[in-house]
Design a binder for this molecule. Structure first.
Ligand code: AGP
Length: 614
């Protein structure tokens, strides 16, 4: 949710922290701050100096222009509030005594910890759970009396329940940082005579590609020369060094006005990468990177996810049921985890998550796995928590998605689900070799067709200007287009702040039809599939009540044009792959409406890219 950076080495630390935070700002952005062991105060002993404030990184930079700490070791943070409102006092880092801390996650027992600390005479400056960690570590450091920051942090964390990724800095131990991870991501970047710490890889890519991903319960003592990893009991742990292959440029806007627009345009490339090596022609098959999923051994199948990934799961349900003839249950991870699901050995849970860090999805995965289910995840961020908690992962290879609104992550999830459904269909015998060959052909043709849709962006920009003043929107679709209606409504809501509803078109007469008047644009998904005639009737029903219809239909369809007010044409493919194409105009519509309204497209209010807390 929030972003963390840390540095120790020979360079001046403040610019490195600020640059790292800039690359992480998309993770959270209601306040920002840094803490530096400041060498510029004329004291022999370096003091921790904290500069932090409410607002975006630019507000912190303005403060630093007035007075900037100078040192070679420091930590930084961008925050998305969980405990305590966004304010200067609640911004990280939090300091107590000689210790400063940045933290992502939630300390669940912070109320009782705060009470007992108060009884021991501690006074608090903020409303955050994080400040408690600074108090605990400082207390343990003084109690130990041996200037052992790692041991003090271990003892402090043993008292803590909840999710955390933390980095700790102390005046008492000026040659090291200590960091720890439990249920929130943290990575250590290895340089020559310098080390970096971050919650996410892009923050350290300009400096190093050699990284260690910390795992659950790890603590790392990081000096300029090396990293020592232990568990909470101080036992040494070995973690592999990995080489990051992402280019730094891939995480930048590449000339587009917003990351979201860039990511919409990247979808053909992203889907190509997702399909690469997974479509086999002789014999026709779809491959899961060496993993075999035989439907004969599957008792039940669940698809679980949140937000946009949930919409992908809904499309996946149609793919798996129709192509593999295996029954599927789809659930929101936040519902699944709390309904004591009947799940166990023989069941397969497919967890879908771009970030691989969504707290509800991760908790659902852990619960299902502990009950004996096999977990297959579809994720974008390599080595993130959900893949690590899974038996097998099908990565989507979308590359970093920085816009908060998910676009290329969604279409690559659909591509991965298509691969999974074909794989299962071949093994269940529901798909013949000829049919598989046809589906492989259609899948391979999708990226070029996506580029066709994106190329028509100018038309959608005009529609956005024409209808962007509306107070509400309705999105209608049937079958696999119903989740696309949900997704179109979600996109519009989250970045343009216009109220929108997605509905199964057949449900319209059960309520939403009452909303229709000349002020309500209705986006109707009407590709030529098995329910085309039914959708056309729904379209007529909207027109008959004075509604304005924006239809998304297939190229060559002149019938829709005769009824709808506006028509956006997309290329034809098989019905279950059509969502990969029909969603793009809806992404563009949301984008251009938001841009036209001047909202913060990449960082919409109240949202964060990865929801790593409940
Ligand atoms: C989509 O535009 C969202 N911002 C959000 O719904 C997102 O899809 C959801 O939080 C799930 O994230 P995940 O895929 O990283 O698990």
């Amino acid at each position: 949710m929030c972003g963390i950076v840390g540095y120790i080495g020979e360079r001046e630390v403040t610019p490195i922290l600020i640059e790292g935070l800039r690359r992480l700002e998309y993770r959270g952005y209601d306040s920002a701050g840094i803490a530096v062991l400041d060498a510029a105060q004329g004291n022999e002993r370096r003091r921790v100096r904290v500069v932090r404030c409410r607002g975006k990184l630019s507000a912190l930079e303005a403060l630093l222009r007035e007075s900037r700490p100078v040192g070679r070791i420091g930590i930084g943070h961008t925050r998305w509030a969980t405990h305590g409102r966004p304010s200067d006092e609640n911004a990280h880092p939090h300091q107590h005594g000689s210790v400063a801390v940045v933290h992502n996650g939630i300390i669940e027992n912070y109320v009782s910890l705060r009470q007992s600390l108060s009884q021991r005479g501690h006074r608090f400056q903020s409303e955050t759970d994080t400040e408690i960690i600074a108090h605990l570590v400082d207390e343990e450091l003084r109690r130990g009396g041996d200037k052992d920051l790692l041991a003090a942090t271990r003892r402090a964390l043993k008292q803590v329940e909840g999710a955390y990724a933390i980095v700790v800095l102390s005046e008492e131990t000026p040659g090291e940082l200590v960091c720890a991870k439990n249920a929130s991501p943290l990575v250590v970047g290895l340089g020559e005579g310098e080390m970096f710490i971050a919650s996410d890889v892009p923050a350290i890519l300009p400096y190093t590609r050699r990284v260690i991903f910390l795992e659950e319960g790890d603590l790392a003592q990081v000096s300029a020369q090396g990293v020592r990893i232990v568990d909470l009991d101080g036992r040494p742990r070995e973690r592999p060094i990995k080489e990051i292959t992402w280019s730094a440029v891939a995480a930048e806007k590449a000339g587009y006005k917003h990351f979201m627009l860039k990511e919409i345009h990247e979808q053909a490339r992203a889907v190509t990468d997702t399909l690469r090596g997974r479509l086999q022609h002789d014999p026709p098959d779809a491959l899961l990177d060496g993993f075999e999923l035989d439907p004969a051994r599957v008792r039940r199948m669940f698809l679980i996810a949140c937000g946009t990934s949930f919409h992908a799961a809904k499309v996946g349900e149609y793919m798996i049921e129709q192509w593999a003839r295996v029954p599927v249950e789809v659930d929101l991870a936040s519902e699944f985890r709390y309904r004591d699901p009947i799940v166990g050995p023989g069941d397969v849970v497919v967890a879908i998550s771009q970030s691989g860090e969504t707290a509800d999805t991760l908790a659902a995965v852990k619960d299902a796995r502990s009950k004996g289910a096999l977990i297959l995840s579809i994720a974008n961020v390599v080595d993130s928590s959900i893949p690590r908690a899974s038996n097998h992962t099908l990565y989507t290879h979308a590359g970093p998605e920085i816009g908060v609104a998910s676009t290329k992550a969604f279409t690559t999830q659909l591509a991965a689900l298509a691969v999974l459904a074909i794989h299962m269909g071949r093994r269940s015998g529901a798909l013949s070799a000829t049919r598989i060959e046809e589906l492989l052909h259609e899948l391979s043709a999708i990226p070029a067709k996506m580029n066709d849709v994106v190329a028509a962006a100018a038309q959608i920009q005009i529609l956005a200007r024409r209808y962007g003043h509306a107070r509400d929107f309705l999105f209608l679709g049937r079958g696999p287009q119903f989740p696309i209606a949900l997704e179109g409504a979600l996109k519009l809501k989250e970045i343009s702040y216009i109220h929108a509803e997605g509905y199964a078109a057949g449900e319209m007469k059960h309520g939403p039809i009452a909303l229709i008047d000349e002020n309500l644009p209705v986006v109707v998904l009407a590709p030529r599939d098995g329910t085309y005639d039914k959708v056309m009737s729904n379209l007529q029903e909207v027109k008959a009540r004075g509604g304005t219809v924006i239809a998304v239909a297939n190229k060559g369809d002149s019938d829709v044009g005769a009824v709808a007010d506006e028509v956006i044409l997309v290329p034809q493919t098989v019905p279950l792959l059509q969502p990969l194409l029909t969603v793009i105009p809806l992404q563009l519509l949301a984008y251009y409406v938001a841009d036209f309204k001047g909202t913060d497209v990449d960082q919409p209010r109240n949202l964060a890219k990865s929801v790593t807390v409940e």
